[in-house]
Ligand binder design. Structure first.
Ligand code: BTN
Length: 241
């Protein structure tokens, strides 16, 4: 393709490397940084994203969002929906999105998304879309509930080929988001939301909530509750699985 494709054996974090390109002025819309090993992979909320060298997909796509920063959920949801779709087609079995940005197969985590933003004033100039997918790894130490594509399908996957497919699908989806708007991605996100309409346990500070997952609103807040609806923003509640 015409996009910059940077593929490294190892790096601290592809998101950090991509951020360096943005700051050096050498990033373009669609630029990819893929690494076969991350020594300091980053997860959501300051967590570590650690994977076996050479086994998984860790990559970042730099984009010009063309949205307002208060529409950040539109970008996240569009990416999540697209990766979920590709994953489902590839494994030939249902995949879901665990709010806000985890990819699930059954009740196990296949991957995650970490988007970092570059703003100038109020202008959302760049987004670095970091995606990690468990591909060929088959043992995960004491991680809670991970699963890889290999464990699901029994087959080895070419990491770079899979990344190319995701990259194309994501850039197409972002074009569609701009041309036709968020509605269909929003509906898709809610349709495939992990544990939707089920009662789950969430933790808010020290409180354990037993509540139903109703869906998300346009801002990406989670709607919960049976008689009375209560919304939670990212980081306000934690899942207890
Ligand atoms: C999460 O589930 O907490 C998000 C995981 C995101 C991991 C990816 S791997 C590529 C990119 N570079 C990073 O350091 N993190 C993201």
């Amino acid at each position: 393709s015409n996009y910059n494709w940077i593929e490294l054996d190892a790096v601290d974090s592809t998101n950090n490397y991509a951020m360096g390109l943005v700051h050096a002025g050498t990033a373009q819309h669609g630029t990819v940084v893929l690494a076969h090993h991350q020594t300091k992979g980053k997860g959501q909320r300051g967590k570590v994203w650690a994977t076996e060298p050479g086994a998984n997909l860790s990559f970042s796509i730099v984009v010009k969002p063309g949205l307002l920063i208060n529409q950040a959920f539109q970008l996240l949801a569009t990416v999540a929906v697209t990766v979920r779709n590709e994953l489902e087609m590839y494994i030939g079995d249902e995949a879901s999105i665990k709010w806000p940005n985890d990819l699930y197969w059954r009740d196990r985590k296949t991957g995650g998304i970490l988007i970092e933003n570059v703003l100038r004033g109020k202008d959302w100039q760049w987004a670095i879309i970091g995606i990690g997918i468990n591909i060929n790894q088959t043992s995960f130490g004491d991680l809670k509930n991970p699963v890889s594509i290999k464990q699901i399908t029994g087959k080895q996957t070419d990491v770079t080929a899979f990344a190319k497919q995701l990259h194309t699908a994501i850039l197409n989806a972002l074009m569609q988001l701009k041309e036709t708007g968020f509605t269909s991605f929003f509906d898709d996100y809610n349709q495939h939301l992990f544990r939707r309409n089920e009662v789950v346990r969430l933790k808010k500070e020290t409180r354990i909530l037993h509540t139903r997952i109703n869906g998300v609103n346009l801002q990406g807040q989670l709607s919960t509750g049976i008689e009375t609806e209560e919304y939670f923003a990212f980081g306000e509640v934690e899942w207890l699985l």
